[in-house]
Write a protein that binds this ligand. Sequence first.
Ligand SMILES: [Zn+2]
Ligand SMILES: [Zn+2]
Length: 334
Amino acid sequence: MTISERPVKRREDYDGLAPFPGAEEQAPAGGAQIWLTAAIVVAPFVALGAGIWLAWGRGVVLTDLLLAVGLYVVTGLGVTVGFHRLLTHGSFTARPWLRAALAVAGSMSFQGNVIDWVAVHRRHHAFTDRPGDPHSPYRYGTGLVGQLRGLLHAHLGWMFTDAPTPAARYAPDLLADPAMRKIARAFPVLCAVSLVLPFLAGWAISGGLYGGLTAFLWAGLVRVALLQHVTWSVNSLCHVVGSRPFATRRHDRSTNLWPLAVLSFGESWHNGHHSEPTCAVHGLDPHQIDPAAGLIRIFERLGWATDVRWPDRDRVEHRRRAGAHDEATAPTGH
Ligand SMILES: [Zn+2]
Ligand SMILES: [Zn+2]
């Protein structure tokens, strides 16, 4: 047994290297949850295969692509600007109608209802990369096999375990908000809308059922799958691969991963985010593309967003680690 595989007994003893206590003992989720999650995760891939087969030899229909991009942007910004920066971290205050609209848009991304999403993400920040984190890639330790298992767990394996995050504890503010409760209850309906909308649009634009079907596949299921995997990559890759220019809390190994910046709307500047979680900007350096922050800037100019927490340059420089490079896998202690 190497030092990195040494099991730890208690949460306080965690050294940043060993598997989390009880990592092997976690019960799998109940049958219904497993089947539902599997359907949500697997169905888009079946759709991708079907979509490629249907499109083979006929090229890609421009309508499908435009609908896919449009819905990707709307639902993706719903998650990043709405679920994440507004509702989880309170990076700005939005007019009530905008707050509700962003929560609806995010709900259409098949990532769980808004209240549960926020609760899980707040717990991730409370226990980042140490016992208690719902989706840390360090769960099974820092050995090669443990690290690979951990990446799979952080990406989507965690959704198959029975580890409920109590919303009453982590998101009491959202539970107390009637609009958010209503939107959370409407989650299944909003998922259905997210798929029916491209189907109807494709049908109407092409004038045929076949056009509705290909739009459903590309702008519905495939678009959902792409956004899911980009979001999940922030949970998995953005705690393992990339640079760590800013200081974070002890054990927190969040990274900045530039290749995902555009697709994730700036969320992959994850080290910047973990160093200043309530900041409306995640790409803290000027060259770091952050479309979500750009949209918040537009909302502010329109008077729809107030109290925006823009970065404080002195604070950012204070958090910058001297001579920091790609040290994502090195244990961090401050
Ligand atoms: Zn994180
Ligand atoms: Zn966050």
